[in-house]
Write a protein that binds this ligand. Structure first.
Ligand SMILES: O=C(O)c1ccccc1NCC(=O)[C@H](O)[C@H](O)COP(=O)(O)O
Length: 244
């Protein structure tokens, strides 16, 4: 019999200009600030998080980087970290993996430099995840400002390249508290046998329970950002909600 796992939760710490922020639909300039990223990450760790989804938004938007700060945050955490934002070449990949994070999330590179991503997957296996960030079924790269191909064609190519898991974001839901795109998650799970991490739009414990229902289909985890910062629920409540 196949063992069914509990949905993993990954509280998000998105960093811009040295501060933890939340964006609406990933749009630069739409941010609300939540202070020190390390304090935010440590708070989620104390509340029981097993993972932190840590994003360098400035690197994702190609307007700078918070690399040293993010390395410091990873170094001070005991929990697993998924590092994202602007990892597009050997230098940024080695720096990201060198922080000691558990895995990195490649986005733009998977759309623009598929050969390099194939080689990164061959070298680093499941320390590489690919972020599939979509509007409809059109992928978005470069901090979600540029279109980058069709979701299911790209997914088939990445599956063939050995990609270990996907972080799937409906950009139009991200930071909106509008609820996750369950249809998108189901469709991606139907198209791949690799685990899927859901991202974007979680607003309530009911949303998390709805995502948890998709675990048997292949959803492994869910990133939660705005809802935690807006105190729609606590992380403890969220962990409890997905524990059954
Ligand atoms: O992850 C990235 O690389 C990224 C790049 C550009 C803009 C946003 C990016 N990530 C945002 C997130 O990962 C959100 O934190 C996550 O989707 C949570 O969304 P929500 O729960 O709706 O706040």
């Amino acid at each position: 019999m196949t063992e069914t796992h509990r949905l993993e939760l990954l509280p998000a710490v998105d960093v811009a200009d040295g501060q933890a922020v939340r964006l609406v639909k990933g749009e630069a300039g739409s941010e609300t600030s939540y202070g020190d990223p390390l304090a935010a990450a440590l708070a989620w760790q104390s509340a029981g998080a097993e993972w932190i989804h840590l994003v360098d938004l400035d690197a994702a938007f190609g307007k700078g980087s918070n690399r040293a700060l993010l390395a410091e945050v990873v170094g001070k955490l005991d929990v697993k970290v998924e590092l994202s934002g602007g990892i597009r070449d050997d230098a940024s990949l080695e720096a990201a993996l060198g922080t000691g994070c558990r895995r990195v999330n490649l986005g733009t590179a998977a759309l623009e430099t598929p050969d390099w991503v194939r080689s990164a997957i061959a070298r680093h296996g499941d320390r590489i995840a690919v972020g599939l960030d979509v509007r409809g079924t059109t992928l978005a790269g470069r901090g979600w400002t540029r279109e980058g191909g069709e979701l299911f064609e790209t997914l088939a190519r990445l599956d063939a390249d050995g990609c270990a898991r996907y972080v799937v974001t409906d950009v139009n839901k991200d930071g909106t508290l509008a609820g996750p795109n369950l249809r998108l998650l189901r469709d991606v799970c139907a198209a791949t046998d690799r685990p899927v991490v859901a991202s974007g739009g979680v607003s309530s414990l009911a949303d998390l329970r709805a995502i948890a229902e998709l675990v048997p289909l292949g959803v492994e985890g869910s990133i939660v950002g705005k809802a935690l910062y807006a105190q729609a629920f606590t992380l403890e409540e969220a962990l409890e909600a997905v524990s059954r």
